[in-house]
Design a protein around this ligand. Structure first.
Ligand SMILES: Cc1cc2nc3c(=O)[nH]c(=O)nc-3n(C[C@H](O)[C@H](O)[C@H](O)COP(=O)(O)OP(=O)(O)OC[C@H]3O[C@@H](n4cnc5c(N)ncnc54)[C@H](O)[C@@H]3O)c2cc1C
Length: 395
């Protein structure tokens, strides 16, 4: 089998890359370890930056997103017995976020690829990449199948096979682990507020979010290594109430919890995001704690850059943009790393004995909620900074 770009992983990065390449007349094959049902049901992120929405719409896969997504023009920071709105419409006019589940983005992309005759192979076992340091790389999978290609895109997430296949000594890893995780639940209940609430309390962080007018999403800061079995529904609701019902007049609506999971918190960047003819995109190259809602959005930003570089390569044979791929991505990656670390630091309890640290945290929250300049910094990072290439259509 032969294609121009072999893509490992059918998450948002791999699927969107395949679709954007198709729009440029570049062929690809996507190899995914899991089944279609599994990837379409995997509950993860849900906050789309303005640029992500614009990219999906410009690529022709935004119809359902525009119909069912929930545009939000602000978030609330709740602490010290009061709520403070960060008003995007005033601070970053014309830019907003849209709440739309990652699995819905994945469903839309799979449908678009298949409708266009795209080659997406689910349940591809034992994927391995070979000769990535040469200009004739290839992929093997499924006990004997071989895919020859010009370029391989490693879109296989943090635990994939492509990053570890880069020879030792090439990559530098930068990382930070946090002493806590997020316990996330989906509940069949109308959201208790119209916008996301980021709550900082002495007992730890809580987030009130939503997926639709009928489904709410909640997160609780819990110690790293928390066992879900220790969190029956009553305990989840009691803790959410304690952390969210801290302002007059707010009462949390409860309902049936139908999905739950514990997400570890980690910051990680591998540099450079490329080796030979292998290019890493999305979580394969970098991870952020979810507080800043940046993981999925960064994956989209990476594949925009990679699409532009590959389009140039196939147009005139120039590797100039491919050679600069990592450098072009890392500027945004590190901005998102800082923002995600900063939001995490601002809102979570790190060490309950650290009274000095808690006072600093509260002082910083007071600053962010009272200074237009500080609030604008949060707002412009949260809705997503403009792309270097200037727009959704790409270079
Ligand atoms: C449990 C979890 C919860 C999260 N929650 C949030 C959140 O609440 N908010 C937020 O902003 N972000 C969240 N994120 C981050 C966000 O979901 C990711 O940043 C986003 O999925 C990145 O997309 P991606 O395509 O790069 O990687 P992924 O979505 O991880 O896709 C990688 C794909 O590669 C496949 N794959 C892996 N190994 C192989 C292999 N050997 N062969 C073939 N295929 C392979 C995987 O099955 C997967 O389909 C969460 C991430 C995780 C893991």
């Amino acid at each position: 089998m032969r294609t121009q770009v072999g893509i490992i992983g059918a998450g948002p990065a791999g699927l969107l890359l395949s679709h954007l390449l198709h729009l440029r007349g570049i062929s690809s094959v996507v190899l995914e370890r899991r089944s279609r049902e599994y990837v379409e049901r995997r509950v993860r992120a849900g906050v789309l930056e303005q640029g992500t929405v614009d990219t999906l719409v410009a690529a022709g896969v935004g119809e359902r997103l525009l119909r069912e997504g929930l545009p939000h023009r602000g978030i609330e920071l709740r602490y010290g017995g009061a709520g403070h709105r960060i008003a995007f419409e005033r601070l970053v006019p014309g830019r907003a976020i849209t709440v739309y589940g990652q699995q819905e983005v994945v469903k839309d992309l799979i449908a678009a690829r298949l409708a266009a005759g795209g080659d997406v192979r689910f349940e591809a076992d034992d994927v391995a990449v070979h000769d990535i340091g040469t200009d004739r790389p290839y992929v093997t999978f499924g006990g004997g199948e071989r895919l020859d290609c010009d370029v391989i895109a490693g879109c296989d997430g943090f635990h994939g096979v492509t990053r570890p296949s880069i020879p030792d000594g090439v990559l530098t890893a930068y990382e930070r682990e946090y002493p806590f995780a997020w316990l996330g639940v989906l509940a069949r209940v109308e959201p208790s507020a119209e916008e996301l609430i980021y709550a900082r309390t002495e007992r730890g962080f809580a987030l009130h979010s939503m997926r639709s007018p009928e489904v709410s999403r909640f997160y609780l800061q819990v110690p790293a290594g928390t066992d879900l079995a220790d969190w029956p529904d009553e305990r989840v609701w009691a803790e959410l109430r304690t952390r969210l019902e801290t302002v007059p007049g707010f009462s949390l609506a409860t309902g049936e919890i139908f999905e739950r999971g514990v997400t570890p918190m980690r910051s990680f960047v591998a540099e450079p995001m490329q080796y030979g003819r292998l290019y890493l995109a999305g979580d394969a190259a970098h991870i952020v704690p979810p507080t800043g809602a940046k993981g999925l959005n960064l994956a989209v930003a990476d594949v925009r850059v990679l699409t532009g570089a590959l389009a140039r390569f196939y147009a005139d044979g120039s590797t100039e943009l491919l050679d600069g791929y990592s450098a072009a991505c890392l500027k945004r990656v590190w901005r998102a790393q800082h923002f995600s670390w900063w939001m995490t630091t601002l809102l979570h309890t790190f060490d309950s004995d650290d009274a000095y640290g808690r006072r600093l945290q509260l002082s910083h929250l007071d600053y962010v909620t009272s200074s237009e300049a500080a609030a604008a910094t949060l707002a412009e990072n949260y809705v997503g900074l403009p792309y270097e290439d200037g727009g959704p259509a790409g270079p």
